[in-house]
Design a protein around this ligand. Structure first.
Ligand SMILES: Cc1cc2nc3c(=O)[nH]c(=O)nc-3n(C[C@H](O)[C@H](O)[C@H](O)COP(=O)(O)O)c2cc1C
Length: 443
């Protein structure tokens, strides 16, 4: 397997430090498995109790990550409203679909993550205007600003009324957090980044409201703070409540670094256990380097994180996006830009990467042969690898090495063959309209 480097001169020890949250809980090390949409749950919108249920494949996948040596494992986005998915195949937690079966599957999911002392955290999200049109032609959002993508794939949104903000958003997030607590998860992370509903409120690009949920930064952030309060009423203090937020949006009118710093200050004041810093939206995904100066340090948002970092006193800060080598991870932590290291794409290729880094058997992540600036290719490559990871249960077959099932995209030939099939899939995807949820191609 091709890697970024085999230089073992950096000691990874600091990455094994515990991280302590406000709630009193501790992560066993600094590694965070970032949220990665798996699309491995059932899709059955006509039959709500069977809609958005974790499949055996999903549970198998998390067995692998549960034994991967992470401090925290986040789930992929779990949706709090069955009509506002990010994509078909998302896991869903919603009161209309509550059942013993759903609860049992979520219990199994959390226990698969927690076997080795890893904290299990559900990422809760609402698609808002980013919900594909085939799932929701009239999505809710902060305002009626439509998302424009190529090809077009999103309906004109309806601005939520004040009453709907309470019943359709705040209550749903609080319900889902309680469900996560009752099914054995250690906490939740609000998805407040990447242009999903909560960031549609914080970002001036999509929030044109003139009531108490729009205008000033305080008003744009209000919904998130109210969700926090509503969740806290439903769960004990030890339950971890974190948030993923954008450090910058790179769009005119988008959240600026100064805004993000102010937002983070208020999240800290509110008592959030952790903040995970990320960036970008569907309109401008930026999981690549914007400046020469960040390339060496690997993390895409490291310079904005440096600006934001001083506001965090008790809230644990994670930085996600771009980390690939022990050296860059250790440097980011040693210089105190971040306390935790979020990993996304590298861990679908190698689910136990943190364990290997800490044991010094590897010094970096696998290096895919895909164009590093083509997010679409790596996104779908990762989704393929997650499905492959889920084919075999570790519990049932501890003897089988899952790595033999996961496509090695560090191999140029394998990566090119995959891209051929992928192109074919993109070209022919309109064959069955009823199953076309739109594949976004990020430029
Ligand atoms: C396949 C895939 C699925 C993703 N799904 C989510 C998601 O559900 N929620 C989220 O917050 N971010 C999601 N992301 C973004 C990642 O969490 C992470 O922020 C991004 O990949 C950058 O980190 P990396 O460079 O280590 O991959 C996804 C990324 C990929 C590649």
């Amino acid at each position: 397997m091709n890697r970024y480097t085999d230089d073992f001169s950096t000691d990874p020890k600091i990455l094994g430090d515990h991280l302590k949250f406000n709630s009193g809980r501790e992560a066993q090390n600094r590694f965070l498995k970032a949220a990665l949409t798996e699309r491995l749950s059932t899709f059955d919108p006509q039959n709500l109790t069977k809609h958005g249920l974790p499949t055996q494949k999903l549970l198998n996948t998390y067995e692998r990550w549960g034994q991967g040596g992470f401090g925290v494992v986040l789930t992929g986005n779990v949706i709090v409203d069955s009509t506002h998915l990010e994509y078909a195949g998302n896991a869903i937690i919603f009161k209309e679909g509550d059942s013993e079966e759903r609860r049992e599957l979520y219990k199994k999911w959390s226990s698969n993550i927690k076997k080795d002392g890893t904290l299990a955290i559900v990422q809760l999200s609402h698609g808002g205007r980013q919900t594909p049109i085939a799932i929701q032609p009239h999505p809710f959002s902060a305002s009626d600003v439509q998302l424009v993508t190529n090809p077009p794939n999103h309906g004109k949104p309806i601005a939520l009324t004040i009453e709907q903000i309470q019943t359709e958003v705040i209550d749903r997030f609080a319900y889902a957090a309680k469900f996560a607590y009752e099914t054995g998860f250690d906490g939740i992370e609000l998805h407040g980044a990447h242009g999903y509903l909560l960031s549609q409120f914080t970002s001036p690009t999509t929030n044109k409201r003139t009531d108490k949920y729009g205008g000033s930064l305080e008003n744009r952030l209000r919904i998130i703070l109210e969700i926090y309060d509503a969740i806290r009423k439903q769960v004990p203090k030890e339950f971890i409540v974190g948030i993923k937020t954008n450090s910058v949006e790179f769009q005119s009118e988008g959240t600026t670094v100064e805004d993000a710093k102010e937002i983070c200050k208020r999240l800290e004041e509110k008592g959030f256990d952790f903040v995970e810093l990320s960036g970008g939206t569907y309109e401008k995904f930026q999981f690549e380097h914007q400046r020469e100066s960040t390339i060496k340090r690997e993390a895409f948002f490291i310079e904005v994180a440096e600006t934001i970092r001083p506001v965090f006193k008790n809230t644990v800060v994670y930085l996600t996006g771009g980390f690939r080598t022990t050296k860059a991870m250790v440097e980011a932590v040693s210089s105190d830009v971040t306390q935790g290291i979020g990993l996304g794409r590298p861990i679908t290729a190698e689910p136990d990467l943190p364990k290997k880094i800490l044991a010094k058997t590897v010094a970096s992540a696998p290096k895919n042969a895909f164009d590093p600036n083509n997010f679409t290719h790596s996104l779908f490559g990762c989704i393929t690898q997650m499905e492959q990871m889920g084919r075999i249960s570790l519990e049932a077959h501890p003897e089988i090495d899952i790595m033999t099932d996961i496509s090695d995209f560090t191999n140029t030939e394998t990566a090119n063959r995959y891209l051929e099939v992928f192109k074919d899939y993109i070209t022919n995807r309109n064959i069955d309209k009823s199953k076309d949820f739109g594949l976004l191609v990020f430029d």
